[in-house]
Design a protein around this ligand. Structure first.
Ligand code: ADP
Length: 599
């Protein structure tokens, strides 16, 4: 039977905080009380269970203290008097106490973990749901790694604190108070003597933690630095290889690894002193109790049993203090984590205006009236006006940074424009439901995002309810069917998240298949510029012709062919529409477009 009080005394090493992100920057909490209150809001649903846990903790702490106490009494009553039968009864009693103690420990842990996991489950669900309702500008402003850390590490921190710390903190406080009370009751003098080690302990711990703190921080910094470097070099493997930077990368890693080794050496060495110091102090208090207690027993001031109880309690005395100190750190980082999670939950979500219009199907007339927009200080679009009739293909051309993508971003309502009007079938898009607009749009972008899953699932993303037959039909239309069939598992071939295993051109074909399946009224197409072989290029062109037909399409065009066939060409420069017309009319006008073509 494992028993907290009877098991060999051992101080745990100070644990490295599990999460770099949390400790890296701000682990300071701005509003402790507010965050705790809010966290309590989640726990409050389990009030009864929590009360049950608290009762169990009280019971187990008392039972834990009772063990050594009973041993002491057994010594006085039965061992000293050599009463064998009495001793056996007493031992059975002791066994029952320890069995009960284990049962209460087991029950309290199980109940608390259940509460913690349910709480974390709802917090995680809430966070993920909220995350998907936030606007694109929110994601622009933040590092993805940092957001991911909130959704994973911070939540994990809260989870582990709820799992164990709550019980630990209550039981440490109770055990400490209990031990102190019983010791005082048995012998105030011996208690006072036992307490003399506390100042040494506090002083020694302070001395050590001051040093370990610095080294741990250093270690933490190097761990973060090294992890970041590993992540960067793995995700950037191709770049590393193409620039033949392997050796440089390895050398740099060697340096980082060295720094981490040194910092870890000192951090671990100093923190290794803590258990040693504690053992020395405990042995010291053991000696004091044995010596002074012995003298007191000889003078009939206390019994032998009391000395045994004291030595046992004194060994345990510092443990709750140490536990509390450890738990406090965990609690601090959990509260800091909770604060960051709540911060994200407080971010306002994308909301439609009240009584937003829902248009289940649209024709696809798009009008921009004097639309101006800026991402930040600088104006990105100024007074953009144009009209696209249902079914027309609009080519957006102009230098990089001219604002082509921004026009698409505004039409999709990823960003709110500052002034002007965008109309869809004559309706102001700011008065429409976002979901409604986006449902009638499909995107075929340069960098096709593929999810980890089969080809079939990836195409089906365009219309989740599509049958296998519809998926294959869309793939045929997109000229993707033949290459899919050549793959080992056909439509069931699993693609990795970065789409490894298929070419850039094939990814485009899959994106087109996805869009064909979605059958949108509005189509956004960002033509790929990169290395696509001629055969695939022809297939893409063909598939695009089919896709564009009958839809209002906005094409960020790079191919002359696409531009030529467009119904309207918008020439953009520095956020302004400088020319509008067909290929022929713009060539004839001999303006910017003409010059661009001549180049
Ligand atoms: P294009 O598609 O024509 O290459 P964009 O519409 O992407 O140009 O960009 C227009 C301008 O807006 C550029 O100067 C670009 O730096 C800026 N920009 C684009 N996206 C953002 C963003 N999310 N935040 C801030 N500025 C942006």
């Amino acid at each position: 039977m494992r028993n907290q009080l009877l098991r060999p005394f051992q101080y745990e090493k100070i644990e490295l905080p599990k999460n770099n992100e949390t400790t890296k920057g701000n682990s300071k909490t701005k509003d402790w009380a507010g965050t705790l209150r809010r966290l309590w809001g989640y726990l409050a649903a389990y009030q009864r269970k929590l009360l049950f846990v608290v009762l169990l903790v009280i019971l187990s702490s008392a039972l834990g203290l009772l063990g050594p106490f009973l041993i002491g009494i057994a010594i006085d009553r039965y061992l000293v008097t050599l009463d064998g039968q009495g001793l056996i009864y007493w031992l059975i009693g002791l066994l029952v106490v320890y069995i009960l103690y284990s049962v209460t420990l087991w029950l309290q842990n199980m109940t608390m973990i259940q509460i913690a996991q349910r709480t974390i489950y709802s917090l995680r669900t809430q966070l993920f749901t909220h995350l998907h309702k936030l606007s694109i500008p929110f994601f622009d402003k933040r590092q993805h790694g940092e957001l991911m850390s909130r959704a994973t590490n911070d939540i994990e921190n809260i989870s582990s604190t709820l799992n164990t710390s709550v019980i630990q903190i209550i039981s440490s406080v109770l055990t400490f108070i209990g031990i102190l009370a019983v010791m005082l009751w048995l012998s105030p003098l011996l208690t006072a003597l036992t307490l003399t080690i506390i100042p040494f302990m506090v002083f020694g711990m302070k001395w050590i933690t001051k040093r370990t703190g610095t080294y741990f921080k250093e270690q933490q910094r190097h761990v973060g630095d090294m992890n970041g470097y590993i992540e960067e070099t793995i995700s950037g493997q191709k770049i590393v290889k193409t620039f033949s930077q392997e050796q440089r990368v390895i050398d740099e890693f060697y340096n980082k690894n060295q720094r981490l080794r040194k910092a870890s050496f000192w951090a671990q060495t100093y923190s290794g002193f803590i258990p040693k110091l504690m053992n020395v102090l405990n042995n010291l208090s053991f000696t004091i109790i044995a010596a002074i207690g012995g003298v007191m027993a000889l003078n009939q001031m206390i019994s032998i049993g009391v000395i045994v109880i004291f030595t046992e309690y004194a060994r345990q005395f510092t443990r709750p203090l140490n536990d509390l100190a450890n738990q406090f750190n965990t609690l601090l980082s959990a509260v800091a984590g909770a604060e960051r999670v709540f911060e994200m939950l407080d971010e306002p979500i994308e909301r439609d205006v009240e009584n937003a219009i829902s248009l289940p199907s649209i024709k696809g007339d798009v009008t921009f009236n004097n639309v101006s927009f800026s991402y930040g200080e600088e104006k990105t679009l100024s007074n953009v006006s144009f009209e696209a009739r249902a079914g027309e293909t609009i080519a957006l051309v102009g230098p990089t940074g001219a604002g082509k993508t921004t026009i698409i971003n505004l039409l999709s309502r990823f960003y709110e424009f500052d002034s002007g009007q965008i109309l869809l079938d004559g309706y102001d898009i700011t008065k429409m439901k976002r979901e409604n607009i986006r449902k009638q749009m499909a995107f075929v972008l340069q960098d096709t995002f593929l999810f980890e899953g089969t080809i079939r699932e990836n195409i089906r993303y365009g219309k989740l309810k599509a049958s296998d037959k519809e998926v294959e039909e869309a793939a045929k239309q997109a000229n993707a069917h033949s290459f899919i069939c050549k793959m080992t598992n056909g439509y069931d071939t699993v693609l990795s998240q970065d789409g490894g295993g298929i070419s850039q051109g094939q990814r485009q074909l899959l994106a087109i298949a996805r869009a064909i399946l979605a059958d949108p009224t509005l189509l956004i197409l960002d033509e790929a510029t990169s290395n696509i072989d001629t055969m695939t290029e022809i297939k893409i062109q063909e598939a695009l012709q089919r896709l564009l037909k009958g839809r209002t399409s906005f094409v960020i065009a790079h191919r002359l062919n696409t531009v030529r066939q467009a119904d309207k060409i918008l020439v953009l420069q520095e956020g302004k529409v400088i020319e509008i017309g067909t290929h022929e009319s713009l060539i004839e006008a001999k303006g910017h477009y003409f010059e661009m073509q001549a180049r």
